[in-house]
Design a protein around this ligand. Sequence first.
Ligand code: NIG
Ligand code: FE
Length: 388
Amino acid sequence: MSSVLVTGAAEIVTNDPAYGDGIGVVPSAAMLVDDGNVAWVGPQRSAPAADESVDIAGRSLVPGFVDSHSHLVFAGDRSEEFAARMTGQPYSAGGIRTTVSATRGATDEMLIAQVARLTSEMARQGTTTVEIKSGYGLNVADERRALAIARRFSDETTFLGAHIVAPEYADDPGAYVDVVTGPMLDACAEHARWIDVFCERGAFDADQSRAVLDAGKAAGLAPRIHANQLGHGPGVQVACEVGAASADHCTYLTDADVDGLAQTGVVATLLPGVEFSTRSPYPDARRLLGAGATVALASDCNPGSCYTSSMALCIALAVREMSMSPAEALWSATAGGAAALRRDDVGTLRPGARADFVVLDAPSYIHLAYRPGVPLVHSTWRRGRRLQ
Ligand code: NIG
Ligand code: FE
């Protein structure tokens, strides 16, 4: 692949403090891409020569969004459940069962088409890396199928057999944990990088969650967790104990939870689309940032608690509803997501990183929050190639 010089950027956000305070914004900038990687970023006037050049004509350029939490392998529709919530019904994880039965009943082709549709919707909105979970199969064959399908679209796949107790085991949750940590894990591990569990009242308790994550680790998967979404509980402490890459949701935290995240370096992944779509209180991002925790933002795109695929919406909500600065929110949606996936090749645009980036129809990244709901993505590029 020949080298390409991207010129005419009003600014380039690198997420590399070497280029300036905080998120490393270079004004009036250019970027050289060589063989799919960033080779150079700097002021336009000192740009090196390249085989080709692309003029982005005063637009801004930011790292591609890293959406570190999604549940895209599903069938069915729960819009009525959303409508009921908006007129006063509380969110209940019990709705997961509706999606499990629709997903089990779907053909492979239907599920593949659904993931293709959602991942391309994400790419059009600037997402260049997406993590995809299973969790709507809840039996050996359907969990394995979900991961095999997810794997066609992303290397960041997560086995979430422990999403809720499968309906067949409602009277014997312990037996279901044995299935998840035994035959289901055996069938799924080859298609997954991560192991996840929904540690919450009504799903899995601390001991069950530890058992799931420890079994996943023994099978070579790295742990992450759904924690402290619907109320206070042990999820974050379990994440810290097992060395999870990330604790996701983090809506109800004690001081000990916040300290644990800050001290262990477990990333706190906040999912503000969930609070928006369930009319729940937002997590306290300032408390986490103040304590020195690493904060990521992700969509949680799923048919129940949050059916958005828009990282720009998540940024706007984080800024408006969680008092993050536009710079903090953009960092969390890019480099923060990369940290939550233990990746250092994406989420930044420093030399050597993958040339995964978004050109915005705006003079500054601040417009992502300043112009909520406006489709600002001009083009999405992965490994230096324009996707659309
Ligand atoms: O991350 N919290 C658990 N799982 C999903 C919601 C799943 C659903 O309602 O279908 C979440 O919010
Ligand atoms: Fe989730």
